[in-house]
Design a protein around this ligand. Structure first.
Ligand SMILES: *Cc1c(COP(=O)(O)O)cnc(C)c1O
Length: 380
């Protein structure tokens, strides 16, 4: 080394120079995710954001000649429709209004109308539109029909009950970044035996590909989970493990109750402001991770979101985007935002924003309604 070379710090850094994650530890994390999903099916941790296992599940199970029922309750359903069509499937879209959920009866009706349907894609809770679908009843209808059910549970895991096996979900996909408060760069899919049979019989299922579920089954799960096929993304795996630890420490029921209370309090408070409406009409259809609100007539939702954030930049309010951008704004209440103090702070910022734009807002009534709803939801 010459005197002119700059010195730099080679001492330990918490994020760098990590040893590879062992196969044993990787398998243990998979088992803990399986317990969280309430499944005895194979769970594969996928090394990427949740769009990776969602696309992998569709491309593995669907082939030309497949007839798919795609339940669209928001933007993710629209994405699935594109993948299904690109796999050569004929797609029956069941589009539910963003103000509510799709019912088990509607799904059963679509299956009756198209008896050849062999694949159903469904989003559980949808953060973008603030609704949640009754998966238990829908799953029973799909199982009675004999189709495979793929569920996007990214926004519902740890925010509301998720019963993969009891509900008959064949491909259950989660990501860590919503209610789990974890990393976005790692995700998981639980695969039923029925789904494996379908995938194994699909000549179009990806192989020797990053999208291949079969590669992982063959090289990892069926090989006894003793040697990882690739270097695991150890930062994300450690973060996933840490968020499982934290959920265990708090208790899954408490985490779910916190999200349910945040939703109930946000909805009650927003209504009590007097000039905002809840986009999702019935409480039972409201997602526990996000509340979508309707701006008052004459107020642009994007301007209202900006005005609320000028009052308090820390509140989890955002403009909705998409076709409803002028009418809809969104309050996220998942992970660290699903806490009691965030709700009145958010309502205060919304009240300030409404007032700044010349609309009316009853801030004290909102705070009181939110407080009562939080207490009632936690008790119930
Ligand atoms: C958030 C979310 C995802 C993950 O998508 P991002 O674009 O990474 O946020 C997938 N599905 C649903 C239903 C979600 O709400």
């Amino acid at each position: 080394m010459t005197a002119s070379q700059p010195s730099f710090d080679r001492s330990a850094h918490p994020l760098l120079d990590l040893p590879p994650l062992t196969a044993q530890r990787f398998a243990a994390i998979e088992d803990r995710v399986a317990a969280l999903l309430r499944t005895r099916n194979d769970v594969l941790i996928t090394q990427g954001e949740a769009l990776l296992p969602l696309e992998a599940a569709i491309r593995s199970a669907v082939r030309p000649g497949s007839i798919a029922l795609n339940v669209v309750t928001g933007p993710y359903g629209e994405t699935f429709g594109g993948w299904l069509r690109s796999c050569g499937a004929e797609v029956v879209d069941l589009v539910a209004p963003f103000e509510g959920a799709v019912s088990a009866e509607q799904v059963a009706g679509a299956l009756r109308d198209h008896p050849e349907i062999d694949f159903v894609s469904l989003v559980h809770a949808e953060a973008a539109t603030g609704n949640t679908n009754p998966v238990a009843g829908i799953g029973a209808a799909v199982r009675a029909h004999g189709a495979l059910l793929m569920l996007d549970a990214v926004a519902s895991v740890a925010a509301e009950p998720l019963e993969t096996d009891a509900w008959g979900v064949d491909l259950c996909v989660i990501g860590g970044q919503k209610a789990m408060g974890g990393p976005a760069g790692v995700s998981a899919v639980a695969v039923s035996d029925r789904a494996w049979q379908r995938i194994a019989a699909n000549p179009q299922a990806p192989r020797r590909s990053y999208l291949s579920l079969l590669d992982w089954k063959e090289r990892w799960t069926d090989a006894g989970r003793t040697a990882l096929p690739h270097a695991p993304a150890q930062l994300e795996m450690l973060a996933l493990e840490a968020c499982l630890d934290r959920i265990d420490a708090e208790g899954l029921d408490s985490v779910i109750a916190r999200h349910r209370a945040a939703s109930a309090a946000t909805r009650a408070g927003a209504r009590a402001l007097g000039s905002l409406g809840c986009f999702v009409v019935r409480d039972q259809d409201a997602a526990p991770v996000a509340t979508t609100l309707r701006a008052p007539a004459g107020v642009d939702a994007r301007e209202l979101a900006a005005a609320a954030l000028r009052s308090n930049p820390a509140v989890p309010v955002q403009a909705a985007g998409g076709a409803l951008a002028k009418e809809m704004l969104r309050v996220n209440h998942y992970g660290p935002a699903a806490v009691r103090a965030t709700v009145p702070a958010t309502l205060r910022a919304l009240a300030d924003g409404l007032t700044a734009l010349g609309a009316t807002a009853d801030g004290p009534a909102a705070a009181q309604a939110a407080e009562e709803a939080w207490a009632a939801a936690q008790a119930g």
